[in-house]
Design a protein around this ligand. Structure first.
Ligand SMILES: [Cu+2]
Length: 501
């Protein structure tokens, strides 16, 4: 098994660094605003819904009213729920059967992030639909077992819609391929969507991307998991599988346990790894997922999941745009409270896992994508444009996203090498309709055995290279997207679209 060394995380959990402010306080006191966001409430668990039956399940997007901390409610959005949506489960070899209904007050979609579906079923911006309408999602599940997710994807509105709650988990299972991992949903198999949010003094959600917040992406000052502020999850004393999703609009995390314990990563964005990988921390950019298995069998005291404070995106060589904590501080994410009973699931991790094949072969062509913070102007004018400007200043290869323009035409089944560059800051680059193999990232070759299949890759100033093969079709009416998953960048135009024929 590969082994990753612990970085120098400053893991004094009583010293909470967030938004640049050091607070000596309870480990759960996270906000420096007047709103006292006391955490410690039970971890909310989204209901598990099988979405591959003969009758469609309904996924209604609507306004909600949600308490991130007990006793204080705020207007939100959700699918079926007040905030976020149910965990949809589909099985490989069956067909997803979902009716997405819009009872919100604006256009929405449900994009199946990471799923291998055709363009017309992808829930991209071209398929946004109005309040009062519905959209039938019907697609065969080709995907290997994986932790995927869904979220609204309306151009220019993805950031605020996801921020207010239009997101949920989409789990793919493969009944024909046993893996031996903990799989008792809500017991020893927990979905955890980590999101940073900000609240005003009355406890209402704040989404303000004026000025500099647009540049770095929105950063909240309060960490929520499944819609609760730094919650506590009861777990059995044994192996527990955590499906981590960075559902934040712009914040990067480097997750670890406060006691420095090791755990095993068993899956990344697109499915299982060939074997469990021992780690002491794991970095996740916006939209990235990792499944990890943690051993609580010897624990009698609470166990704290934290994140190192990550400099946001390495903007312009490491300067800070928007105020994530610098290195050395640890952010409290949530707490696990091991119970008194032994776990009933597997007691040991399998030595190997049924990973999906990474059979990309040699690329037949190469494409270059440059993630631009502005199109062709000097940096000084970029700042002046930002202030009071709602125009697009983000783009790819010098062009801001245009729904009427096809930026690339792919042939189904052909492997391509994509070279992605990001001269200004670090961006999480996402491709719709497929999973890809990362060849290099941050100037280093990547080991596919520890990286797995991906649909998001972190691109810093040293660039990234990926092998992409899309087997699903997408025509010009409903093309696939490629974009930055910092949602404020995406909304501002750091997105392009491609067909597959
Ligand atoms: Cu970006």
């Amino acid at each position: 098994m590969a082994d990753m060394e612990l970085s120098s995380l400053g893991l004094d959990r009583r010293r909470v660094l967030l938004g640049g402010a050091a607070v000596l306080a309870s480990p759960f006191l996270l906000t420096r605003r007047a709103f006292a966001a006391e955490g410690g409430s039970p971890l909310p668990l989204p209901p598990l819904v099988d979405a591959d039956g003969s009758q469609p399940v309904t996924l209604t997007a609507r306004a909600g009213n949600h308490a991130f901390v007990p006793g204080t409610r705020t207007p939100t959005l959700g699918y079926e729920l007040d905030y976020l949506g149910p965990t949809l489960r589909v099985r490989r070899g069956r067909s997803a059967n979902i009716d997405v209904v819009n009872r919100a007050d604006d256009q929405i979609t449900a994009h199946w992030h990471g799923a291998h579906v055709s363009g017309n079923m992808d829930g991209g911006p071209q398929t946004a639909f109005d309040p009062g309408q519905s959209s039938a999602a019907r697609f065969d599940v080709h995907h290997p077992a994986a932790t995927l997710w869904y979220h609204s994807h309306v151009h220019g509105k993805t950031g605020p819609q996801v921020y207010h709650g239009l997101a949920g988990f989409l789990l793919v299972e493969d009944p024909a391929v046993p893996h031996g991992l903990p799989s008792d949903y809500g017991v020893n198999d927990l979905p955890l969507v980590v999101q940073d949010r900000s609240f005003d003094s009355a406890g209402r959600l704040v989404y303000d991307i004026s000025g500099m917040a647009l540049m770095g992406g929105f950063l909240g000052d309060t960490i929520c998991v499944n819609g609760a502020v730094t919650p506590v999850a009861d777990v059995p004393r044994g192996l527990v599988r955590l499906r981590l999703l960075n559902g934040s609009n712009a914040r990067f995390y480097d997750f670890a346990f406060a006691d420095g314990r090791r755990f095993h990563q068993v899956a990344s964005d697109g499915g299982l790894l060939p074997a469990p990988v021992a780690r002491s921390h794991i970095a996740l950019a916006p939209a990235e997922r990792a499944e990890i298995v943690v051993d609580f069998s010897a624990d009698t005291a609470p166990v704290h999941l934290v994140s190192a404070g990550i400099a946001q995106g390495g903007m312009m060589g490491g300067g800070m745009m928007g105020g994530n904590a610098g290195s050395g501080g640890a952010i409290e994410i949530m707490t696990f409270a091991p119970g008194t009973a032994p776990a009933t699931g597997p007691a040991t991790l399998p030595a190997s896992l049924p990973a999906p094949p990474m059979d990309f072969g040699a690329p037949v062509r190469t494409r270059d994508f440059r993630l631009d913070m502005h199109a062709g102007s000097m940096i000084g004018s970029m700042f002046s444009r930002l202030i009071g400007s709602s125009g697009s200043i983000m783009g790819i290869n010098g062009k801001s996203y245009d729904m009427g323009r096809i930026d690339a035409e792919l042939r189904a089944g052909e492997t391509e090498l994509w070279r992605i560059s990001a001269p200004m800051m670090t961006h999480p680059f996402h491709v719709h309709g497929t999973s890809f193999q990362v060849v290099s990232r941050g100037g280093q070759r990547v080991d596919p055995a520890t990286e797995g299949l991906k649909d998001v890759v972190v691109v810093d100033g040293r660039g990234a290279e990926i092998l992409v093969r899309v087997d699903q079709q997408a025509d010009a009416a409903t093309p696939f997207m490629l974009h930055c998953h910092i949602l404020e960048h995406e909304d501002a135009g750091m997105m392009a679209q491609f067909t597959v024929a």
